[in-house]
Design a protein around this ligand. Structure first.
Ligand code: 3AM
Length: 170
């Protein structure tokens, strides 16, 4: 079994901008994500067997959406999860189409998927206590592809490994 999820994976430049913003925030006890792990989850799949993974990958080949830009311009504190996230006030309909297509795909593979409304976000830090009052300079994320990611637990903590990437250009 692999612990899998679909995500948007940032370019090196976007990753640098996100990490640089993340390093500018401070709060007691905050556990910041490593720069290499920053991502936008599209759909969490959880433990997945090899056969289902092959099926998911094959079905993902037929997803067609146009490239889009996400403007990350808000810092939010999610009290229940105790996380600080970067979010966006509005997002391109292409992102909604992509998330819908991935949900359908998972359904076709008989996977049980969470039914919470989708809200694009980048988790920056865990164990947060409150919102930090800081000005957010918008970060533009050019989305040209989506990825299947494996969440790997290592002695150094969680590491996200890109298993496959699908370009929106087809
Ligand atoms: O993108 P974020 O950081 O919000 O919290 C986990 C992380 O989300 C989430 O999947 C992403 C990659 O690990 N996650 C972990 N377990 C989950 C679960 N059981 C989950 N999301 C939904 N249900």
């Amino acid at each position: 079994m692999k612990r899998l999820f679909f995500a948007l994976w940032p370019s090196d430049e976007t990753r640098k901008q996100l990490n640089s913003f993340n390093q500018s925030i401070a709060q007691n006890g905050l556990r910041k994500l490593k720069a290499d792990n920053l991502h936008i989850t599209l759909l969490f799949l959880g433990n997945t067997c090899a056969i289902t993974e092959i099926l998911l990958r094959k079905k993902a080949d037929s997803i067609r959406v146009q490239p889009f830009v996400l403007t990350l311009d808000q810092l939010e504190f999610w009290r229940k999860a105790k996380v600080l996230c970067l979010t966006t006030a509005q997002y391109d309909p292409q992102l909604g189409l992509l998330v819908d297509a991935l949900n359908q795909l998972a359904e076709q593979c008989a996977m049980h998927i969470e039914e919470r409304a989708y809200k694009p976000h980048i988790t920056l830090a865990r164990k947060a206590q409150k919102l930090i009052d800081i000005k957010v300079l918008p970060i533009q994320w050019q989305a040209d592809s989506f990825c299947l990611i494996e969440s790997c637990s290592t002695a150094e903590g969680v590491h996200y490994q890109v298993l496959q990437s699908w370009s929106f250009a087809g």
